[in-house]
Each structure stands twice: as C-alpha cells, then as structure tokens.
Ligand binder design. Structure first.
Ligand SMILES: [Zn+2]
Length: 238
C-alpha cells in the first residue's frame, strides 16, 4: 500500500499537533473515515494556506508509509464553503454534521452515500445559510441512518406489521409501533411520523418543516435508532 494516494476528502476535524503540524480527520468516498498529518501547516508560509480546515472539500495527495497515519503532500480546494462560516447557525449545523459522520463510522468503513450526503449538506448550508434549521439538521441525521443501513421502519409496525394505529416509536423494535406493541415505545404523533417519512423521501434542500413538538419527537426517534444500532449517543440538535 506504500506510495501516493490521490483522493477527494472532506475535513471533519483539524487538530493542532506539535509545534506546527495538524492532524486531520477526513471522510473520503473510497476509504471512509481516515486520518492524515499535515506537516508545517501552521507556519505562516505553509504551502497549504488555510485550506486544511473543517468543512473544506479537497483533492488531496497523501503519502502512505508504514504508519497508520498518512501524510498530506498536496491539497487543492474543491469547495471551501466560505459563506457558511459567516453564519452562526449554519456553522453549528455543519459542525454537528461532521461530528456525527466522524462518530457513526469507524476508520476504513467507506459509504459513498455518506460522503455525498455530507457534501450536499455543506453545500446547502453554504448556498442557503437560512436553511440552517432544526428540521434540516434532523433530515441530515435521518439520511445518515439510511446511508449507514440503520433506517427505521416507518411504513408498518416494527413489532407485528400492522399498518394502522401507529402511535409510538421503539429504537429496540427498529421503527414505528402500533398501540398493541408499544410496551418499550414512546409516543410518536402523526405529524412527527409524517416528518420522518417526508425527510427520508426528499432531497436535503427540500426537507419539510414541522411544529417544534413534532420535531422533538422525530429527534427522539432518530437518537433512539442511533443508540440502538450504533450504540452511540449524540447530543440533540436543539
Ligand atoms: Zn404492532
């Protein structure tokens, strides 16, 4: 595997390391999450400029040696998303999106769909920072579940298959449940259920909105699904 690797990547995190270096946490279409070191990047005359920062989508050349950590040898900007950085709400939702991707997946677990989803979310927040809403953040998390293969069952009771009287949600059962199966469930109203179905079915830029109570229930369903499948607790968005 030794040699140069040319790869597109989104910077999830950028950590100071030593006197002038940075460790980058990246998400890539071909290899999923990976880490790389950029040497001398914090010096004023670094050839990398300011482009090895979170939310940058880059064309990278990495040197792969014996260590697990690859070394950045070249970086070209595909999209720096400058506008989302000027909007506190967009910045917050972009940070949470990168954090969720970095935590839901381990190194070397590639999901092309996750890469495109994250690229779309960052592009949307950059193009339309006013879309930095609770609903957009939840739609992203829901689509992340889908891309990771954890999408909750929404069309019929996850316990018995009934298609009526779906009034609850159970992370353990894997989706919506009917009134007869709701032992371990919490209530999920019709408007929250409708939000989940519409958010999964539409592009991110067309994510539906819903009343705050419905979004809170939808969020609880998303967090319960993540916790059950990925044993991961993410902080609520709102
Ligand atoms: Zn049932």
């Amino acid at each position: 595997m030794r040699g140069s690797l040319k790869i597109e990547a989104i910077v999830l995190r950028s950590l100071r390391y030593g006197e002038a270096d940075r460790i980058l946490h990246l998400y890539t279409p071909q290899r999923g999450r990976m880490s790389a070191i950029a040497k001398g990047v914090r010096r004023a005359k670094s050839r990398f400029g300011g482009r090895l920062e979170p939310f940058f989508r880059l064309d990278l050349v990495l040197y792969e040696g014996r260590s697990d950590l690859l070394t950045v040898t070249a970086a070209a900007t595909l999209d720096g998303h400058p506008r989302l950085r000027e909007h506190a709400g967009a910045l917050d939702i972009a940070s949470r999106a990168c954090d969720a991707v970095g935590r839901v997946f381990a190194d070397g677990e590639p999901h092309q769909g996750v890469y495109h989803l994250l690229a779309n979310q960052l592009a949307l927040l950059d193009r339309r920072p006013e879309r930095a809403t609770h609903a957009t953040a939840l739609a992203f998390r829901l689509k992340l579940l889908l891309a990771a293969g954890f999408a909750p069952q929404l069309s019929a009771c996850a316990g018995c298959g009934a298609t009526e009287h779906l009034a609850g949600f159970s992370g353990a059962a894997g989706g919506v449940v009917c009134t007869a199966c709701e032992a371990s469930a919490f209530p999920l109203g019709q408007d929250a259920h409708d939000f989940l179905v519409a958010a999964l079915g539409r592009p991110l830029a067309e994510a539906p909105d819903a009343p705050p109570r419905a979004l809170a229930q939808a969020e609880r369903a998303i967090l319960a699904t993540l916790e059950h499948h990925a044993h991961l607790r993410l902080a609520p968005v709102a």
